[in-house]
Design a protein around this ligand. Structure first.
Ligand code: CP
Length: 311
């Protein structure tokens, strides 16, 4: 039996123990029918979720909205500073205090590392980090783990390759940290020199006695792994566009490369050109399922945090 979930805020996956992750994944599994609209839930009727998105988002924002609505709750918020009083110079702290007065929980995405932690220290409602710069994207990791477990039966004992922009990619930082909690997982980091996994993440993995190997070519790992987790090279994080143009398109997966392999392909999306469209209609494609799994997982997160922390 899984213990009570103890976290009030979801800021970093590093705050989770394995049992906390198990709790959310099990709750998500119970909510699948409601996520797919086969049943109705009134678990969060009368509750309001605040959405503060300072960076663009399709999946995270829409799946949080869908999740809240599937539980009979409602959402308020903005998706760019131009439509809020931040554009008049209001501070992020004052803006967050307004959301505290109007809503039962707050989801925030911001280009700066640490913003959601800062806000969680000044408001009493639960705060969920929906991505802070290149640092962390913990709810993406929970849906990634949910997808791996659902598709492959277990997360323990897997060989997983994280590919692409490992320097700036917050999804791969969170996922690598989380995989350190599982038994006998072997990680392969596939990136050009310029985009290697940061030392801080490698240090965390060393502390957890996690096995990892750094390589530069997909061909070095494609016959070994159960999961290819592909990421976009993040143009918006480069200070010099010339540096981006030099490595743009460095990694591309296509159907021919995958033929005969026993693996799944995941991607947090959006993709640019790193997975060819000819993979979409193959058994390897789990990236659209992964995006859809955001709903039961984020439903589990919202239900747990809002019910555990009533105003
Ligand atoms: N995976 C993800 O965070 O996608 P969005 O940027 O569209 O929210």
């Amino acid at each position: 039996m899984i213990k009570i979930f103890k976290l009030k805020n979801i800021i970093s996956i590093k705050d989770f123990e394995r049992l906390d992750i198990d709790y959310i994944l099990e709750e998500a599994s119970k909510l699948e029918n409601i996520a797919q609209s086969k049943e109705v839930s009134e678990e969060l009727k009368g509750k309001i979720l605040g959405l503060m998105f300072f960076e663009p988002s399709t999946r995270t924002k829409l799946s949080f909205e869908t999740s809240m609505k599937r539980l009979s709750g409602q959402c308020i918020g903005f998706e760019n500073t131009g439509s809020s009083s931040v554009s008049k110079g209001e501070s992020i702290a004052d803006t967050a205090k307004m959301f505290e007065g109007y809503s039962d929980a707050l989801v925030i995405r911001h280009e700066l590392e640490g913003v959601s932690k800062f806000i969680s220290d000044i408001v009493d409602i639960p705060v969920i980090n929906a991505g802070d710069g290149s640092s962390q994207h913990p709810t993406q990791t929970l849906l990634d783990l949910y997808t791996i477990k659902k598709e492959l039966g277990s997360i323990d004992n897997l060989k997983i390759a994280l590919i692409g922009d490992l320097k700036f990619g917050r999804t791969v930082h969170s996922l690598a940290n989380a995989l350190g909690l599982y038994e006998n997982v072997e990680l392969y980091f596939v990136a050009p020199n310029e985009l290697k996994m940061p030392q801080e993440v490698l240090h965390d993995l060393d502390e957890m006695n996690m096995s990892y190997t750094e390589v530069s070519k997909i061909e070095e790992v494609i016959d070994k792994v159960n999961v290819l987790y592909v990421t976009r090279i993040q143009k918006e994080r480069f200070a010099d566009i010339e540096d981006y143009l030099q490595i743009k398109g460095a990694y591309k997966i296509n159907k021919k490369m995958l033929e005969g392999k026993d693996l799944i392909v995941m991607h947090p999306l959006p993709r640019i050109d790193e997975i060819d469209g000819d993979v979409d209609n193959t058994k390897y494609n789990k990236y659209f399922t992964q995006a859809a799994n955001a709903v039961p997982v984020r439903m589990a997160i919202l239900k747990t945090l809002i019910k555990n922390n009533p105003k």
